[in-house]
Write a protein that binds this ligand. Structure first.
Ligand SMILES: Cc1cc2nc3c(=O)[nH]c(=O)nc-3n(C[C@H](O)[C@H](O)[C@H](O)COP(=O)(O)OP(=O)(O)OC[C@H]3O[C@@H](n4cnc5c(N)ncnc54)[C@H](O)[C@@H]3O)c2cc1C
Length: 266
């Protein structure tokens, strides 16, 4: 019997378990994913994020191999506005670690604080007493037998399609249908210094300095072709972008397969 079970062990679940375990609660965290592992969303930690990481004692580990972002350019189409030296009390405006790294650091800290973590464990359903959730039932990724665990409180940190929210009939509010889609890739040698955001009509381009480099990674023809169309359309709205110094962008961007042959692209 646990005090608390947290379903989902990434940034929300791991941080919740870390804080509860440090307060002395017996916490179990389960996640169907194997750790460490990458997921697409959540690349840039800013606003209160870096300060919270510092308060929890994990910022130093996060920023090892992940340089601080202290410069931020926003260009909404009229003129670029750049903030520099964005550091307060030794904490930078932002950091951009890979999710696999961030989530692993947080779950390690939760384990060190006393939480139990089971990755590769998928919650199939919840046990109830009247209308109160009393625990979980699930199985390991190896397709093992169904296992039940009980707790005073079960917390859903299982993402946007939370099965716990569905199970308790949590109300849905402020729902907006998708208005846009995103593409992303990692490039080395892009020559970036900080975070840059360009907005043109309904299109936005984010560029972040990450530090821990990775090879370009675009999989799937359809995504590639969508991207090609999207960037072409973007550059039509922003011809000056294509005129930026050749050596700054060309080497990195030509690695986006197919794009260097794209009309009006560099
Ligand atoms: C395209 C995109 C870009 C974004 N960029 C940023 C950004 O730059 N900065 C920022 O701060 N935020 C960003 N966000 C938002 C941010 O990614 C989310 O707020 C954050 O990932 C939510 O974290 P979480 O821990 O709540 O859930 P998730 O990261 O979704 O983790 C949920 C976990 O629950 C597990 N799980 C689900 N169901 C079960 C089950 N039945 N049994 C066991 N485990 C289960 C999953 O395996 C998963 O690991 C972005 C979002 C998107 C979509």
């Amino acid at each position: 019997m646990f005090d608390v079970i947290v379903v989902g062990g990434r940034c929300a679940g791991a941080a919740t378990a870390l804080l509860l375990a440090r307060k002395g609660f017996k916490a179990l965290v389960v996640d169907k994913a194997r750790f460490p592992s990458e997921i697409p969303p959540g690349h840039f930690i800013h606003r209160q994020g870096p300060r919270l990481l510092q308060r929890w004692g994990v910022l130093d580990i996060v920023r090892s191999g992940c340089p601080p972002v202290t410069r931020f350019t926003t260009d909404l189409g009229d003129f670029p506005l750049t903030g520099i030296n964005l550091v307060r009390d030794g904490v930078a405006f932002g950091y951009a670690p890979r999710r696999g790294k961030l989530d692993a650091i947080l779950i390690e800290a939760a384990i060190k604080s006393g939480a139990e973590f089971r990755d590769g464990f998928s919650v199939d359903d919840y046990t109830f007493y009247d209308a109160t959730v009393m625990g979980i039932r699930g199985h390991s990724y190896k397709g093992g037998p169904t296992v039940g665990e009980r707790a005073q409180i079960t917390i859903g940190a299982d993402g946007r399609r939370s099965s716990l929210a569905r199970a308790v009939g949590a109300p849905r509010y402020e729902e907006i249908p998708p208005l846009a889609c995103r593409y992303f890739s990692y490039w080395s040698g892009a020559g970036l210094d900080g975070l840059e955001i360009y907005l043109r009509e309904a299109r936005r381009l984010f560029m972040r300095f990450r530090g821990d480099t990775a090879d370009p990674d675009f999989r799937g023809l359809s995504v590639r072709w969508l991207l090609k169309l999207h960037v072409s359309a973007f550059l039509e709205c922003m011809p000056e972008f294509a005129a930026l110094p050749y050596d700054r962008y060309h080497t990195a961007w030509q690695k986006l397969h197919g794009l260097c042959h794209c009309c009006s692209f560099l």
